[in-house]
Design a protein around this ligand. Sequence first.
Ligand SMILES: Cc1cc2nc3c(=O)[nH]c(=O)nc-3n(C[C@H](O)[C@H](O)[C@H](O)COP(=O)(O)OP(=O)(O)OC[C@H]3O[C@@H](n4cnc5c(N)ncnc54)[C@H](O)[C@@H]3O)c2cc1C
Length: 390
Amino acid sequence: MDFSLSDEERAVRDTARQFITREVMPLEQEALRRERAHQPGLDHSELRELQLKAKKFGFWGLSTPEEYGGMNLPAVLQSLIWTEIGRTFVQFRFGGEADNILFYANDEQKKEYLIPTIEGERISCFAITEPGAGSDAANIKLSARRDGDDWILNGEKTFITNGNDADFVIVVAVTDREKGVRGGGTTAFLVDRSMGWRSEFIQTMGEGGPAALVFEDVRVPHRNILGEVGQGFELGMMWIGKGRYLIPSNALGIAERALSMAIEYANTRETFGRKIGDNQAIQWMIADSEVELEAARWLILKAAWTVDQGTDPRHASSMAKLYGAAMVNNVVDRVMQVHGGMGYTRELPIERWYRQVRLMRIYEGTDEMQRLIIARDLLRGYTKIGGHLA
Ligand SMILES: Cc1cc2nc3c(=O)[nH]c(=O)nc-3n(C[C@H](O)[C@H](O)[C@H](O)COP(=O)(O)OP(=O)(O)OC[C@H]3O[C@@H](n4cnc5c(N)ncnc54)[C@H](O)[C@@H]3O)c2cc1C
């Protein structure tokens, strides 16, 4: 058994780390200042500029196939890179990416939606969640009714990331109530904002925020169907599946950075005439964090490895998402405790992480949904205790 990275993995990881350290981390103080003034930490043009700079470093389209100018990296490498991105709280991501399901577009749609999204000229969002359908995504109601060469969409989506900035949405709608959501009764549509949907910003405890999308008799041409009629739910689940190992990969980077801050503080802050790190109470918080962090790392890399093996990654990804999200919440909480009053201030990014990472236990499948998947797989004998080694 070999737990080491290959030379290539190490080289790519180190180059990503270099880019984040040299080009993105220096922007942190300004990003914090802006966020405190209720502005985006990084605006679109600044993000784009950084992404183009990263392109020169060789980072463009981590998951995008080479025929579209991307790197088409294995999942393990993508995971390693997302961990590096997590080390900064500036809301940066490498460019040249598009929603995985946009690659199901036909040639005409590729020109209109996929390529401009990869190039950063268009902003997409993905919408399945509704006020009455989150965990129970099969309960969606937003309807699409055929009318000649068009479809008429009515209903509401909620909590849509980028929903206020996007100029088009990939929306999953019910097209055949009889067949039902799981029986081929839903379809995904590419809908430009100019076709008539509107968005309403939702304030959350995190920076930025999702939006509610309202569809009132929005007319969408038949040619804007993504994939096949009846394939909507399947595409939706595919979209959600991708984040299941990338979200915890990102969480790992946050936890690593936060824990290193706690170690530094424990080694310098003095109370009662000695370093706080000399106290067992502080040492235990550091030790528990390190153990959870390492346990999460291997669950996450195992999930990414499973993707690369081409076998069903859902069980491994659910374990990585469940444990990784819990881990980062535990670690950031302890890091705040180690910093005492300073941890609670807005001079340090700890309270920001504390708010940010809470979301990881909720979106793209709550903790409870991950547990449900893990338990169901075991109960019906789909997965064995001991995983692929069993
Ligand atoms: C900031 C943010 C961004 C988001 N971005 C997007 C996006 O881009 N696109 C999109 O489509 N959606 C998005 N979502 C929606 C997100 O995926 C849902 O919020 C999430 O799936 C939970 O659904 P819900 O909020 O309706 O909670 P509910 O499903 O109502 O759940 C409420 C609670 O009950 C628990 N629960 C529900 N059913 C069960 C059960 N059977 N057994 C045990 N416990 C259960 C849940 O785990 C949860 O704790 C986003 C959400 C947020 C907050």
